[in-house]
Design a protein around this ligand. Sequence first.
Ligand code: CP3
Length: 345
Amino acid sequence: MTNKLQNDLLIRAAFSQQTERPPVWMMRQAGRFMKEYWEIKNKYSFLEMCKTPEIAADVTMLPVDLLGVDAAILFSDILVTPEAMGGILSFEDGVGPRFANPVRDRAGAEALQTDVLPKLQYVADAIKVIQQRLQGRIPLIGFAGAPFTVLSYLVEGGSSKDFKRTKLLLNNEPELAHLLLQKITDVTIAYLNMQIAAGVNAVQLFDSWAMALSWDDYQHFAHQYNTEIIAKIDRKDIPVISFCKGSSVFAPLMAEANPDVVSVDWNADLRQLKDRLPQGVAVQGNLDPFVLYADKRVIKTKITELFERMRGQPGFIFNLGHGIMPDIPFDHVKYAVEVVREFRY
Ligand code: CP3
């Protein structure tokens, strides 16, 4: 697949090969900041969109066609795996994700299923439709949630500000936490390998809420499982990107898990961080997404400053430190992509 790509900037940068400019894509590039997204969203629920391959493909293609990014990312969600395991999931406007049956005890943990690939077949089907539409123009990124982040949604029953119940579980009942994390890990390995078999060109592991953890807890409850997942992915020529909020602190551990790319939040000086990582580990990031609210001249200046800092460094993918917010003006996002595309090393 990869060697047939017309634009393989992302793959080359991920493998720390020289590129003429940094590749650009943005987390949450297929979302509510686009009126074309709302035209679809007004007709279907979010989960219907994820589960209908033609619709998931339509949404995946929006930023490809409207923004000119260097990679597509599968339109789906990190919570489709815990849903397949038995979580009763809904997404309500203004509320975000909810599990009606949060997992808080051993019976709940044991009830979770792990033989769930048949239930996720719609994701493999979506990947095939997307690849037919892309025709090898740019790579398609598949993804999954990392076990700790997925666990937090299952335990809290939704989004959380302080992860109080999750941390209570880790502290009071570490064995139960490990049972849950191992089940999620097993599903995640099978799920990412299913995506690779279906044709994705790269995969990203999202550990969005790792920044809630102490150094020791990150090692025990996140790093260990992320390492197992990365070791057991059928990588071939597929780069693996590891993302977490908290990477400014955890990047050295993230690199130990052996991904090709560490995706970095906006707190870090990207150059200094990269210099501390082993040779051959690429970085992705790390513009503060709030910059995209600002005037275009500010957007250009901030991107240029980041590029000057990274000049001469093979192994750099431009992205945001976290996802695009829904109320960022579309033309600012488009402008940021143009600024990257015009840059030359
Ligand atoms: O990046 C992309 O454009 C691809 C699609 C994608 C979505 N979710 C679509 C989505 C990806 C890669 C995700 C991953 C995801 N989902 C993460 C990790 C990335 C991150 O942001 O840290 C997390 C934590 C989730 C869980 C999730 N899904 C939350 C917390 C929410 C609600 C918050 C919000 O932004 O509304 C979602 C819903 C969701 N996932 C939407 C989209 C486009 C919004 C659905 C809608 O239209 O209402």
